[in-house]
Design a protein around this ligand. Sequence first.
Ligand SMILES: Cc1cc2nc3c(=O)[nH]c(=O)nc-3n(C[C@H](O)[C@H](O)[C@H](O)COP(=O)(O)OP(=O)(O)OC[C@H]3O[C@@H](n4cnc5c(N)ncnc54)[C@H](O)[C@@H]3O)c2cc1C
Length: 444
Amino acid sequence: MKIAIIGGGISGLATAFYILQEKPEASITLFEKSDSLGGKMKTKEVGGFFFEEGSNGFLSNKPDTLELVKLSGCDDVLLRSDDNARIRYIYKDALHRLPESPKAFLFSPLLTFRGKLRVACEFFVKPKTDESDETLQSFGYRRVGREMTDAFLDAMVAGIFASKPDAISVNAAFPAVVRLERKYGGLFKGMIAKKKKEAGPGGVLMSFEKGVSTFIERLAKSMNIQIKKNLHVKKIEKNGEKYILHVNNEKKEFDTVILSTPAYESANMLREIDSELAKQLDDIEYSPISVVGLGYDTFSHDLNGFGLLSTTSAKKDILGVLWDSSIFKDRAPSGKKSLRVMIGGQRNPELALKSEEELIKIAKEGIKETMGVTDAPTVAYVKRYERGIPNYRVGHNAKMQVLFDKLSEHKGLYLSSNAYFGVGLNDCVGNAKKVALELIKEIA
Ligand SMILES: Cc1cc2nc3c(=O)[nH]c(=O)nc-3n(C[C@H](O)[C@H](O)[C@H](O)COP(=O)(O)OP(=O)(O)OC[C@H]3O[C@@H](n4cnc5c(N)ncnc54)[C@H](O)[C@@H]3O)c2cc1C
C-alpha cells in the first residue's frame, strides 16, 4: 500500500504521524512544493529575532496538539507563554484592557452602561429554536447585543480568523459557543452549568523554543517517511483504483492520496478527476493577511501583555499588534523587544497585499496610533498571504457535508487541512488524526 501525502504543513505531517502510529510499516511519501516544511507554521530568524510567519502557537485547553507533541517526543522544546500574556487590550477609541473578571467588566469603559446591561440580559434571551446557520454578528446581536458584538466579537474574530462578524459562520467557526446555546439555552447558563468558560479562549498559549519551526522539524524527523521538498504536484489522474500524481514532468503511482493543501490547490489537482468536487473546493474562501515583524533595540513601552486587537469602529489600518517578545521571551535577544503587526483580513483586504515598504509603514503608523510609540525598529520582516486563512462563510458546514459526500465517491482519496473543520492548530491536528484513523479502517 503506497500512500502519498501532498502538503507539508501541520495537517500533512500530523496525518502521516497518526497513520504510522497505527501502521508503522506504512509506506508514505510526502510532497511539499516549497523548500521547507511547515506551511503556515514557520519561523524566520532575522538578526537574532524570531518572527512567526503565521501561527503563534496553540492553546492547551484542547488535547490535540499537546498529544502530538508528547507522542513525537518533542515535550523538551515545548514553551509556555508568559503569565502576563493573559493581559490583552482592545483598541476602540483608545487602548482598553480586556476585562478579566465580572467586576472589571462592570467598570470597563469599553461598553456603555446600557451595553453592559444588555450583556447581562443574555441570561434571559430565549435560545434559537431552529438549527439554521447564521453569522457571528447575527448570533452576537441576538445574544449579547450590538455593543458587545461590535467591540469584543469584532476584535476577536479579526484576531483568530482575520474576518468580520458579518462575514463568518458562527456554527463553523465557533461551534463550542453554539453548543452552549443549544445545550443549555444560553451562554451564561452554559458557563454556569459547565462551571468553566468553554466559550472563551481559555487554556494557556503554548509554543516551542525559538518558534514553531523547531517543532515542525523535530516532528518530521521523528517519522519514517520519505519527504520530497521542492516538488509541486500539479495534477492527479486516476488509473483504475490507482492515483497518478503529476510531479515535475514525472508520473508517480499511489494507492492512497491525502491532500493536505489549501482547498484551491486541491481543486486544481483534482479538476480532471472530478470537476464538481473541484468546484466545491474552489468555493471555499480565503482571507488575505500580512504579518509585519519588527525588532527593536529600545522600545518606549513596557509591552506588559499579549498585545492588542483593534475594532472595525476604530478605523485603523491594522488588525492588531502581538507583543511577541513579551509572550515568549526568547523571541528577541536579551534586552531587545519584538512585535508582529497583522494587516488586511476581511476588514481591509486591499491592504494585505501592499508592497513590503508600504506594509512596514502601515505597521509603524498603526503602532504610533494605537500605542503612541514612534521608536524606529532595527529589523523588519514581512510575510504576505494572498490567501492566508480560510473564511468559513454562512452555510459552510452544510457545504462540507455535500463536499465530503462527493469525496467518498473516490476510494482512497482524502482531504486533511484547515479548509474544512477548523483553522487552529488543535483543529488541524484533531482532524488529521480522524483522517488517519478513517484511512486505517478502510485499508484494514
Ligand atoms: C498569519 C496567521 C496567523 C495564525 N495564527 C495562528 C495561531 O496563533 N494559532 C493557531 O492555532 N493557528 C493560527 N493560524 C492558523 C494555522 O497556522 C493554520 O490553520 C495551519 O498552520 C494550517 O495548516 P495546514 O497544514 O492545514 O495548511 P498549510 O500550512 O497551508 O500547509 C499546506 C502545505 O501544502 C503545500 N502545498 C500547497 N500546494 C501544494 C502542491 N500542489 N504540491 C505540494 N505541496 C503543496 C504548501 O506549500 C504548504 O506547505 C494562523 C494562520 C495565519 C496565516
